[in-house]
Design a protein around this ligand. Structure first.
Ligand code: BJW
Length: 250
């Protein structure tokens, strides 16, 4: 079924007028690639844990092996996944605007695999690792001793995924680039995010404060729906291709 009929004409006109688009994505955009959203029920061995309680430095300090294995499980889900129609349509939107800044809260790298060269990875990337003690990125370590988590070859500290956990600061450059992109757009789209986690959720508020039109795409309403100019309820993998079609045929 085509979702073009659910894209209001007024939104298509606003998108045609806009020059600078900033997009914030959340885990909902990867749901149709088979990656569960962050707050979705986890499956199998992980069903008894709440993700909010695993994604913290305190949890890692308490039980580094458990947290490392959780990320290994999630890496295996990402390895089996492919970008879906939503990721691909978003990469096609780049042709319709003078600038498109893509900020993702996702750590799965699927936007890059869909063809986006410059992505602001607000919460890091699950494919990279860094030393818990020294914070520096580490790409190689001794694998043969079976140590979990593996240890930093330089200082012997535990390795952790290069992601931002609750209570940790967003890297300064990342935060300032994302804030600037949000303050300097005429259209801001929030796609597949529950808009509950700050400071990411505040980016739409920055854009709104600078009079950008706000578009939300989500299967359900969120706190952002209250001030968005357009709320498109439905799966991103259907709505985004509908938007691209509407823009190219109007
Ligand atoms: C679909 C769909 C389909 C489904 N199509 N849609 C201000 C107020 C209150 C609290 C705070 C505040 N400022 C800071 C805080 C504390 C905290 C916070 O926000 N807590 C809230 C929970 C209340 N924030 C932090 O701790 C942040 N750090 C910080 O503020 O530091 C300050 C500091 C300064 C100086 C020194 C030290 C500290 C850090 C937040 C880091 C979040 N990290 C995580 C984990 C990343 C790694 C990993 O993945 O494991 O990021 S948590 C998790 O939430 C993950 C996600 O990126 C993020 C957002 O989740 P997302 O993507 O929105 O997913 P869901 O599951 O919530 O929603 C999915 C949505 O998709 C749903 O709406 C569905 O309906 C929809 N959907 N299918 C379209 N097909």
């Amino acid at each position: 079924m085509s979702f073009t009929q659910f894209i209001p004409d007024e939104l298509v006109e606003a998108m045609q007028r806009a020059r600078h688009l900033t997009v914030l994505t959340g885990s909902g955009i990867s749901a149709e690639s088979g990656i569960p959203t962050f707050r979705d029920a986890q499956t199998g061995l992980w069903a008894r844990y709440r993700p909010e309680e695993l994604a913290t430095p305190e949890a890692f300090l308490r039980n580094p092996r458990l947290i490392w294995e959780w990320y290994e499980w999630r890496r295996s889900l990402v390895a089996e996944a492919k970008p879906n129609a939503g990721h691909i349509a978003l990469s096609e939107l780049e042709n319709h605007f003078q600038t498109l800044h893509l900020i993702t809260q996702n750590v799965d790298g699927l936007h890059q695999r869909a063809g986006h060269k410059h992505v602001i990875e607000f919460h890091g990337n699950i494919h990279r690792n860094r030393c818990f003690e020294e914070n520096k990125l580490v790409s190689e370590w001794k694998k043969k001793d079976g140590q979990i988590p593996p240890l930093c070859p330089d200082c012997g500290g535990s390795l952790r995924p290069d992601v931002v956990w609750f209570g940790e600061a967003i890297p300064e450059d990342t935060l300032s680039n994302a804030c600037a992109a949000s303050a300097n757009c005429d259209l801001f789209m929030a796609i597949g995010t529950s808009a509950q986690v700050y400071p990411a959720a505040g980016l739409a508020e920055i854009a709104k404060g600078k009079n950008a039109r706000i578009v939300e795409i989500n299967t359900e309403k969120t706190p952002l729906s209250d001030y968005a100019d357009y709320v498109l309820l439905g799966p991103a993998g259907k709505i985004l291709p509908g938007i691209v079609t509407a823009l190219t045929t109007n």
